[in-house]
Design a protein around this ligand. Structure first.
Ligand code: HEM
Ligand SMILES: *[C@@H]1O[C@H](CO)[C@@H](O)[C@H](O)[C@H]1NC(C)=O
Ligand SMILES: *[C@@H]1O[C@H](CO)[C@@H](O)[C@H](O)[C@H]1NC(C)=O
Ligand SMILES: CC(=O)N[C@H]1CO[C@H](CO)[C@@H](O)[C@@H]1O
Length: 345
């Protein structure tokens, strides 16, 4: 695992600064800036990075968990840390949604630790939404991916609903047309969909997410549905997964790496894999199968620099999605898992 953040900082700073300048800002985003905490908590980003380096070393699955948590936070009602709010007896929250079942505890713990460190230094200043955006960025960089600057100043949201994620978070069985539509509805292009999907260069998926592809893929044959292995999956990978997932119904915690070649490294191997049928989820492999997405997969597989630059731009844009910056619709939570005013719906 690579932990050379400072090298990345130097290498990517120029490129990424140009990218931030090029973003067109909506009114809410215009109140955000890269030096938002320079007076109120100048060491904020350093404090977050220090906690995360320790956490990532002691538990290398942290990076993937936090990155996915950040995606889910932003896609459901904007990047406002609503995904971090714990359910109470009074109100259930996003965390409890079915699709959330696999959001990893380690990621929540990493955020809680960083928040505790921030509160010691500058209590009540740094929002959980900013913390999560910075944490995801730091972990991408630490695992070998690009560094990109972030505008800060997000406020933490005041609501979190368990029904929302099921409607907003894309499932692993969507067609490319549906994926394109889901991302377009939030203002993301096909290219940004492909670049962001490159996040699956990290982490793992539970067997139920791809079980149909290896055990029960139905190919219409003269009218009859025949159980089959998905023909777009590399047969050797299919065999390995069939074996690894044998008991997944009894043990739903069994999982496989999203990037079968370099699972802990943020690189462009995810796209290289797709060319060889080594995508894990149906939605991964389909990006190679569809004429709209395939040119981007080809480009990123051939050129990691292009992937890093596009990923950085796309995730900066994602990090601005639905942000709350005014006083009325947000607050700076004292704890990331609870509203300051106590439980609410
Ligand atoms: C394009 C649509 C997407 C679909 C259908 C999708 C679906 C999934 C599914 C089903 C899993 C496995 C969950 C589990 O079994 O625990 C997963 C894992 C993951 N997803 Fe996505 N995802 C998408 C986009 C994204 C984006 C945009 C990001 C971040 C920018 C992302 C980051 C991750 C990460 C890092 C993991 C691994 C989590 C871990 O190991 O703890 N995904 N995704
Ligand atoms: C896709 O997956 C979701 C959740 O796992 C499930 O509810 C839905 O029925 C599936 N859709 C199809 C078309 O298989
Ligand atoms: C790779 O992509 C970068 C960024 O788009 C570009 O500047 C570079 O020329 C590309 N390299 C090759 C070999 O095509
Ligand atoms: C991390 C977390 O809070 N996960 C929850 C997701 O939803 C399931 C059930 O709906 C809960 O049991 C998990 O605790």
């Amino acid at each position: 695992m690579k932990l050379n953040m400072d090298t990345h900082l130097v290498v990517h700073a120029l490129l990424a600064t140009a990218a931030v300048a090029a973003l067109r800002l909506e009114p809410a985003e215009a109140r955000m800036s890269t030096d938002y905490y320079s007076k109120t908590c100048p060491r904020a980003e350093r404090i977050i990075a220090d906690v995360l380096v320790q956490k990532q070393i002691s538990n290398p699955t942290t990076a993937a968990g936090v990155l996915r948590l950040f995606f889910h936070d932003c896609f459901v009602g904007g990047c406002d840390a609503s995904v971090l709010v714990a359910s109470t007896a009074a109100a259930r929250s996003e965390r409890d949604a079915d699709v959330n079942q696999s959001l990893p505890g380690d990621a929540f713990e990493a955020v809680a630790r960083a928040k505790a460190a921030l509160e010691l230094e500058c209590p009540g200043v740094v929002s959980c939404a900013d913390l999560l955006a910075v944490a995801a960025r730091d972990l991408v960089t630490m695992t070998g991916g690009p560094f990109y600057p972030l505008r800060l100043g997000r406020k933490d949201g005041l609501s979190s609903s368990p029904a929302a994620p099921d409607a907003e978070i894309p499932h692993s069985n969507l067609t490319v047309s549906r994926l394109v539509a889901v991302f377009a509805a939030k203002g993301f292009t096909v290219q940004e969909l492909v670049a962001l999907s490159g996040a699956h260069t990290l982490g793992f998926s539970h067997c139920k997410e791809f079980a149909t592809r290896i055990y029960n893929y139905r190919r219409r044959k003269g009218g009859a549905a025949v159980p089959h292995v998905d023909p777009t999956m590399n047969p050797a990978l299919a065999k390995r997964l069939q074996d690894a997932c044998r008991d997944y119904r009894r043990d739903p915690t069994i999982a496989a790496f999203n990037d079968v070649m370099t699972p802990g490294k943020f690189d462009n191997m995810y796209f290289v894999n797709l060319r060889r049928g080594l995508g894990l989820l149906g939605t991964d492999q389909e990006l190679w199968g569809d004429a709209r997405t395939r040119p981007h997969v080809e480009r990123y597989a051939a050129n990691e620099t292009a992937f890093f630059a596009d990923f950085a731009r796309a995730i900066q844009k994602l990090s601005h999605y639905g942000v709350k910056t005014g006083g009325k619709n947000g607050e700076v939570r004292r704890r990331c898992d609870a509203y300051n005013g106590g439980p609410r719906g």
